[in-house]
Design a protein around this ligand. Structure first.
Ligand SMILES: [Mg+2]
Length: 375
């Protein structure tokens, strides 16, 4: 294999490393989900089943990849933040993008029936993925603010649009015409005066999207962690239990029920624009994509590659006499990373629907942007 006359083709495989020392922002987005939501009869303006399924898939991805510290989801998209210091798959872009997108998609399909009982999938859904690198924490905060502002703009538009259609007797064309040129305050007024809807009392999940963040497991909760060591195992078991029970942890009542007014005000001032006409399918807003990571840390790559015997001419011509199997020494790199992993603190994933545009969320969780965090 290695020395065959065909082996030169391998030289065409070019490395695609991502710049070290930068935050990786991986975003994935549903492919043609307008059609997908129509075929599967998603409720308008929001289908909570579809959103919960997205959250579930995102949580599965975060449980598999400890270097993802934060995620934000709305409609058919999810953004994942990987810590600045991550060495996941040696920061190979294609490997990360393809593996993360694949895991998210398979989880979405795997759990479909739990959220849509009686509605079998009509065809396989797919997601695209991409990675964008950001050098600073400010840019990361602005990125997530951008996505949450998008959530607000789309949801306010869609909520008003479908109220006009479903309760106001307007056609979709008429509803678009009614909303053309309106500002946030105008839509809020239409909702309240014509339909008795106080927008700020609508489920925070719809108004603010889903925020999944990694946090340390308090020591009293860390069952199975007997020496302060980490554990992927502990984290995974807890995640599995949560997944089975369908549990969604909320960090605190205050956060979950937090008012959106501040966010709305900010957005109203800075981002007043109409979504595209296709956005009446509220569950599927803007087109976006994401990159995806792979499964484990760089060390897993090492294990995998060393586990695969490379056939050489020598091996074929003069096979070695049978010897008792010897454990292969781990490459230095791998040993080093194992030690690093042992220092990791056990973590869990929490899901909230709160403001992430202002400072509070970030000030209360400084570890999210801290590259030295061992969680
Ligand atoms: Mg989308």
């Amino acid at each position: 294999m290695a020395n065959s006359k065909y082996a030169y083709v391998r030289d065409f495989e070019l490395p695609d490393p991502l710049l070290p020392g930068t935050f990786m922002l991986f975003r994935l987005d549903g492919h043609s989900f307008h059609r997908f939501s129509d075929v599967h009869e998603f409720k308008k303006p929001n289908d909570i089943r579809a959103l919960q399924l997205m959250d579930h898939a995102a949580k599965d991805v975060m449980n598999e990849y400890p270097d993802i510290v934060l995620a934000f989801g709305e409609s058919d998209e999810f953004s994942f933040l990987l810590r600045k210091s991550t060495s996941l798959y040696n920061r190979r872009q294609s490997k990360i993008v393809s593996t993360l997108t694949s895991l998210f998609t398979s989880s979405y399909v795997f759990h479909w029936q739990e959220y849509f009982p009686g509605y079998p999938l009509q065809y396989p859904p797919s997601f695209d993925g991409r990675i964008v690198l950001y050098p600073t924490g400010k840019q990361i905060r602005d990125y997530f603010a951008w996505r949450q502002a998008d959530t607000h703009i789309n949801n306010l538009y869609n909520t008003t649009f479908w109220a006009l259609v479903q309760d106001g007797g307007q056609s979709t064309t008429e509803a678009h015409a009614t909303l053309r040129g309106t500002f946030s305050k105008d839509k809020n007024e239409i909702l309240y005066s014509r339909f008795g809807i106080n927008y700020n009392r609508i489920d925070a999940r719809f108004r603010k999207g889903s925020v999944l963040f990694r946090t340390e497991i308090p020591s009293e909760e860390a069952v199975g962690v007997d020496d302060g060591r980490p554990s992927v195992i502990t984290t995974s078991l807890r995640a599995a239990a949560a997944a089975i029970s369908g549990e969604e942890r909320t960090s605190s009542g205050r956060m979950a029920n937090e008012s959106t007014e501040s966010t709305s005000d900010i957005i109203a001032k800075s981002a007043e624009k109409e979504p595209s006409s296709t956005q009446e399918h509220s569950t599927l807003p803007s087109e976006t994509s994401t990159a995806i990571p792979g499964i484990a840390q760089g060390q897993d790559v090492v294990h995998l590659e060393t586990a695969l015997p490379v056939a050489s001419t020598t091996d074929i011509v003069t096979p070695a006499p049978p010897e008792p199997p010897k454990p292969k020494p781990k490459p230095k790199d791998s040993v080093k990373k194992s030690k690093q992993k042992q220092k990791q603190i056990p973590t869990k994933i929490e899901i909230v629907h709160c403001d992430i545009i202002q400072d509070d969320f970030w000030n209360e969780r400084p570890w999210i942007l801290d590259e030295n965090w061992a969680g």
